[in-house]
Structure formats: C-alpha cells, structure tokens
Design a protein around this ligand. Sequence first.
Ligand SMILES: NC(=O)NCCC(=O)O
Length: 386
Amino acid sequence: MSDFNLHSLEECLESHIPLNEYKEVKRILYGTTEDHVLNLPTAAISLAADYNFEIKAYGIPARKEEIRKPRKVRVGAIQNSIVLSTSAPIDKQREAIWEKVRIIIKAASAADVNIICMQEAWTMPFAFCTREKFPWCEFAEDAETGPTTKMLQELAKAYNMVIISSILERDTTHGDTIWNTSVVISNHGRYMGKHRKNHIPRVGDFNESTYYMEGNTGHPVFETEFGKIAVNICYGRHHPQNWMMFGLNGAEIVFNPSATVGALSEPLWGIEARNAAIANSYFTVAINRVGTEEFPNEYTSGDGQKAHRAFGPFYGSSYVAAPNGVRTPGLSRHRDGLLIAELDLNMCRQVKDFWNFPMTQRLPLYAESFQRASQLDFKPQIIREQ
Ligand SMILES: NC(=O)NCCC(=O)O
C-alpha cells in the first residue's frame, strides 16, 4: 500500500538529496538538471490560493531554429477530487464538480493556457468499481449536445482555449449505448469530435467492462489552432501500439486523462506516458484524479478481502513529458491542481531528426508479424536447441 503522507516524489527527492548531487540525479531521472519554472500572473495565483488548489507552471525549451519560428503552446492539466457525497443527486454532484473545475479553467485562462484537459470521467465519481448500474449510468450524456459539452463550449469560446473533456457518453442513436469518451472542443467553442477509449481495463476494481465496450473511433488526431492533438484514455497508456497510432496519424501532443490508484499502478505512472513521448516523438500529458471516493453500498474486489465502500486513493501526480525525455515534476499526490507547461512543438521534428525513430521503424515488418500473430493458426517464432 502507498504512504499518503508523501506530497510528491519530486519534493521528497529535492529535500533529501544533497545539493551537490541533486542536479545529476535530476538529469538522470528527469532529463534536465533544473526545472524551468514559469512566472504566473497574480490572478491565477490568487484563484489557486482562494480555492485551495495547487498551481505549477514549467517551460520545456526546444532548440532555436534558423528558419522555423518557435511554435509555443501552453497546455494545462487539471486533477481534482469529487465534491459532494456519492449519494447526493446526480445533477448536484455534477454541478458541484463543474463549479470547482470552472474556477481552475479560469486560472488556466489567466495563465494563457491554450489547450486544457481534465481527468478521465471528470464529471462523476469513478463508480465503476461498484458494478452497479444505478444511479451511475445516469451520468452518461451526449458527447455533442450534452450539458457538459454545452457548458464547456461557452468557456472555450470565452477563453480562446481548446478543451478536452472526458465523459461517460450516452449514444442515443445506437441503442442508448454507453462509452468512455473524450470530447474535443475548439477554441472557437465548436465541437470538433470525440474519441472513445480503445482499451477497457479488467484489473483490480476497474470493472469498466460492466458499463461500456472497447471504442470504435480509431486513433483520431484533432488539428487545432494550437497544434495536432490526440487523447489516449487511461488504460490505453499500457498499450504501446495505441500510443503509436496517434503518432502515425501526426499527433504532436497526446493527452492521457486517467483515473488510477496507487496500490495498482503508481510505479508504472512515471514511465508509461514518458516512454510514449520518447518513442513517438511527441509530447504527452498524463493526468490522474485525486482523493478517495466512498460509495453508498459495499462492493468486493475479488481479492479475498472484506467488502468495502471506498475506492482510492487516486494519486494525482499529473505531469508532462517531452519527446527528448525531459519531464516536468508531478503535481501533488493528493491535492487538486493545475499543471501548466509551455511547449515548443518544434521539438517534435528536432527529436525525429536527432534520433531517427520514424525513419528506423519497421512498419511493414511489424504489420506482417501482427497479421500472422492474429491468425488462428499462428505459430510463435521460437527456435529451440536441436
Ligand atoms: N480508468 C482506468 O482505465 N484505470 C485502469 C487502471 C490503470 O490503468 O491504472
């Protein structure tokens, strides 16, 4: 189990490693000898203080080029706990979370954020652990015309900000089916499209397959005014091919809105989205919720332990990673927070030119191997001593 007194891994390292060794440790672990902390406007800092959320901002510099101008973009990641009890009326629960997150988006706007992303299923508690359908299915709403998208369209327009909103989707056109979906809203307030979670967990208390199926929207990349973006929803981060496909479709930033708990995945957290950034020559933004969520009825976890009502703690630790392997420190493991990173998208091509990953990849070789591996009569290529 995790020790929840630890605020963040980076603060712990910084306060315990001797100063003369810290820079080298930081270079090896985080790809940079120091964080490029950005100054934030008073308006953003005051909102964070008044509404009790952490706010952190870092720059990740790229090389200055002779011909291309820098392509600077500010991304924001929001991590938050739920607000009301899970037994409060559904619309009240959702409105209370909206209220909290709207303030954080306002702070992001004050800090000139261009693209913001919330955590997975941000409008609700992560109730899928319970395997109960009611009332949780009532959180599902239409991706294009639902109340959350409508509310965010106003903010996106007012703040000139692209917003990525991960919700439980209700598709009334196809038999009222439910999906785990990220909606992308342009900075003009227009619905650009959606992506449905491709990989559904069947691990621990993540009983999501009780509610929805694997997504059917492929690997869309949204060409926004601030760059080409994509969304790899939570458990998709364990699947390198899922990350890869967004890269093949031209993504420059891939957001990973998540909901995951310390006992299950914390040792993997800092590796997966960062590795994806390196392997695919794009930026990644990994976002996880915080807090422990209590449900009205007990549920079991299939692990021999007693029935219980709490799910969590979700460990936050949202971070941004760059194609050259540099990453920002993570946000807190337990506080609401806004992480801002200023990226220069020119770095994507710079890293491609340096490391040559797109040039050295062997797509036809793998395509042929995948084809063979997916056949019923597949024989693994194993060579044994004669
Ligand atoms: N929400 C979700 O997919 N969680 C699964 C657990 C994990 O991937 O860490």
